[in-house]
Design a protein around this ligand. Structure first.
Ligand code: SF4
Length: 336
């Protein structure tokens, strides 16, 4: 399919301020020169340890926070392409209908004093999409679309389970009929059995509504299950992107290999598969020189300390930032 979202050299630097005068003494490079693309109808999974910048990247792509530099080219429903980072507020508001966010925590992202009906209706009213009878029937349709009973529309969020609340959050996100949805740890707060239901729902809705997803998660099992392609982040940088099968079978970056080897065997009693790697994650305020992974990388050479590895293509839909990508033969995940 065509590319719906093309992110080029995106950066988000947060200033570090010190002392009485709050002088800027440095920057936390939360997103540091990241490039990737998402095709129409595709799920792009973004994975990495906590603090690697994946949530900040998701927010920058939505322009919920302003990126420092770079471009995010988006193709709207009429086929027009525009760089989100160059739009003024009015133009951005128009495009907001097309781009939505599903949050991690269905407990805190829904207003407890609003009925489900009003929660789902709000974006329709705010965007002037529907009112009166049309509004009510659209809300009912959305509630049923996510598998909830529309007779319970006048209840409040606390009357629903975690999984049901996440369905309400999904109905709300889909109210404006978006084309592109960022799912940020959308199933991480849920029990494993409920996770599977919500993942299946998201996949069904994707097919029905031709949605494209940016799916952010620290959970490799979830990422493998839902993604067509995967991007791996480390300390604000994208280190590898590839089709899901290629990434899991034939990783080309030593950090991806390390992540895969740390992936535990799925255990239904555990809430999620946390990634545990040896050595310390680099501090994004004081990253190492050259390749940020070099202090933990078993293959590191002199050049790795001296030079930042280029982002380059190593196969169809396969990109990697490693000096030794052509020389190394890395271990994939068993049983993938
Ligand atoms: Fe390891 Fe060097 Fe590749 Fe970085 S560039 S991942 S240190 S081999």
């Amino acid at each position: 399919g065509d590319v719906i979202l093309n992110v080029q050299s995106l950066k988000k630097y947060f200033p570090i301020k010190k002392g009485f005068l709050q002088k800027t003494v440095g920057y936390v490079k939360a997103v540091d020169d990241v490039s990737f693309y998402i095709r129409e109808g595709e799920t792009f999974g973004l994975v990495g340890e906590s603090g690697c910048g994946k949530t900040t990247l998701g927010r920058c792509v939505l322009r919920a926070i302003e990126p420092t530099e770079g471009s995010t080219v988006f193709k709207d429903r009429e086929g027009r392409v525009s760089d989100l980072n160059e739009l003024d507020n009015k133009e951005l508001r128009k495009l907001r209908r097309d781009i939505q966010l599903i949050f991690q925590d269905p407990y805190s992202s829904l207003n407890p004093r609003m009925t489900v009906q009003n929660i789902v209706a709000e974006p329709l009213i705010c965007n002037g999409i529907a009112h009166g009878d049309e509004l009510r029937s659209r809300v009912r349709q959305l509630i049923e679309m996510v598998g909830l009973n529309s007779r319970h529309m006048d209840r409040y969020p606390h009357a629903f389970s975690g999984g049901q609340r996440q369905r309400i959050g999904i109905a709300r996100a889909l109210a404006t009929n978006p084309r592109f949805v960022v799912c940020d740890e959308a199933v991480s707060a849920l029990d494993v059995s409920v996770q599977a239901q919500i993942l299946n729902l998201l996949q069904d809705l994707q097919r029905q509504l031709s949605l494209s997803y940016l799916f952010i998660s620290h959970d490799l099992g979830v990422i493998q299950h839902i993604s067509d392609r995967v991007g791996v982040m480390y300390v604000g940088r994208m280190v590898e992107t590839a089709r899901t099968e290629d990434l899991f079978r034939r990783p080309r970056h030593p950090y991806t290999e390390a992540l895969l080897s740390a992936k535990p065997v799925p255990d239904p009693r555990r809430k999620s598969e946390r990634i545990v790697l040896q050595g310390e994650v680099a501090n994004p305020a004081k990253p190492p020189s050259g390749c940020y992974f070099h202090p933990r990388c078993p293959y590191a050479q002199e050049i790795c300390k001296l030079q930042k590895p280029e982002w380059r293509k190593v196969g169809e839909d396969h990109f990697v930032a490693c000096h030794l990508a052509d020389e190394l033969t890395l271990q994939g995940a068993i049983g993938s």
